[in-house]
Design a protein around this ligand. Structure first.
Ligand code: HEC
Length: 378
């Protein structure tokens, strides 16, 4: 019996493994306390240290992918007594390396998210499942060390179940991370139909838990007059440097027949496709486009929308750059404008980039009527 040889050995205590596991758990908890996962735009400008480390996320994540992937093979071998005797300690070492990689990848990922613009279903699932998977792997590590100390095959099996589940969660979570940088279609685009359809269905189903229904709860301008002091979602955050008093934001004034081209047709497009990065919470390139005044004022380089002049309007220019260009907006991998939305923005600039023009008085190009209707309906 192979165990007779072991009986003579002193029971192993796996001190080094315990120290490694505890250090990892403590580091993870402290890391999460310092950098709690956020699901909204960060409130403070991140330090350059945060941003510097964050950019390593896409490199670091290969460590847990490799180590934990390899561990799957090792754990299959270890599922027999013989396998465990031969490879149990090697598995433990790989598990420690993989868990350390997962902790580092999560922390760098959270720091990366401080750059802003990381919102939406893919991000929510990626961050949540990445953290959950890592917690699972750390727990699994503890269970494995206990199981090895007690030489308990049952506990080892429990460990393996926990490990494979955690690995699965992490892998799925990683997939949504891929979607963030490559777009949702990246993996499925060239897949054969019998794989593609179920994959898209599962993905949609998972995203449906975290994504709000498309119709933004844009407080419909009451058809009645607006006597109530509507608790408008106006900037109640830190008094930003930007004056928003002079903004001709006639949201409350017009009756439903008096919708404005900028406010009700153009702004919703900017809100959906640009203002996660160019809004109240984040203003990349110093550019905010959440009110007419700010959109016209522009960012670092000004001249964001120049009435009648497409080629002088920086936003239009950057929208029209090829996707692969570093200056293309929205940045590669983010939700892109549709051709109709681009045409609409160009039309608006060409015919004066007005902030007061009424929908009823505007002549939209025929081919854009349907798009405009769609936007007006919300
Ligand atoms: C995911 C974040 C993100 C989204 C979404 C996004 N941008 Fe940007 N944008 C940036 C960053 C970061 C910069 C600053 C770096 C640079 O200039 O490329 C920037 C800069 C700009 C600038 C240059 C401002 C200046 O004055 O230098 C313009 C114009 C611009 N964006 C327009 C847009 C438009 C229009 C959209 C929507 C169609 C959009 N962006 C969507 C991240 C984003």
């Amino acid at each position: 019996m192979p165990s007779s040889a072991r009986d003579n050995d002193e029971p192993k205590s796996y001190t080094a493994a315990w120290i490694a596991a505890l250090l990892l758990i403590v580091a993870f908890v402290i890391g999460l306390l310092i950098y709690p996962p956020l699901y909204d735009a960060p409130k403070h400008e991140p330090s350059s240290f945060t941003l510097f480390i964050g950019r390593f996320h896409p490199i670091i994540l290969h460590l847990p992918v490799g180590a934990l992937g390899l561990l799957c093979l090792f754990e299959l071998i270890c599922s027999t007594r013989r396998g465990e005797d031969k490879f149990g300690e090697a598995s433990l070492l790989i598990l420690v390396v993989g868990a350390a990689g997962a902790v580092m990848a999560v922390m760098a990922g959270i720091m990366l998210s401080r750059e802003g613009g990381y919102v939406g279903g893919n991000f929510t699932l990626h961050q949540t499942m990445g953290i959950l998977g890592t917690v699972g792997v750390l727990l699994a590590l503890v269970v494995r060390i206990v199981a090895m100390g007690r030489e308990s095959m049952e506990l080892l099996n429990a460990y393996r179940a926990l490990y494979f589940i955690s690995f699965g969660i992490m892998g799925l979570g990683a997939h949504f991370g891929g979607n963030i940088s490559h777009g949702n279609k990246f993996l499925t685009e060239h897949a054969p139909a019998f794989i593609k359809e179920p994959m898209i269905a599962i993905e949609k189903w998972m995203l449906s838990f975290v994504e709000k229904p498309k119709a933004e709860p844009e407080p419909k301008p009451e058809p009645e007059t607006a006597p109530k002091a509507e608790p408008k979602a106006e900037p109640k955050t830190e008094p930003s440097t930007t004056p928003n008093t002079p903004a001709p934001t006639p949201t409350a004034a017009p009756t439903s027949g008096e919708k404005l081209v900028f406010q009700h047709v153009i702004l919703p497009v900017l809100t959906a496709k640009c203002n996660k990065c160019h809004g109240e919470e984040k203003s990349k390139g110093d550019l905010r486009m959440d009110t007419y005044v700010m959109a016209m004022k522009g960012g670092e380089n000004g001249k964001n929308f120049v009435a009648g002049k497409l080629d002088e309007s920086l936003s239009i220019a950057r929208i029209l750059l090829p996707d692969s260009d570093d200056e293309h907006m929205p940045p590669e991998g983010k939700d892109q404008l549709t051709p109709e939305e681009i045409a609409l923005l160009k039309w608006w600039v060409q015919q004066g980039a007005s902030g007061t023009q009424k929908v009823s008085g505007a002549t939209f190009p025929a081919e854009l009527k349907a798009t405009v209707e769609g936007i007006l309906k919300g």
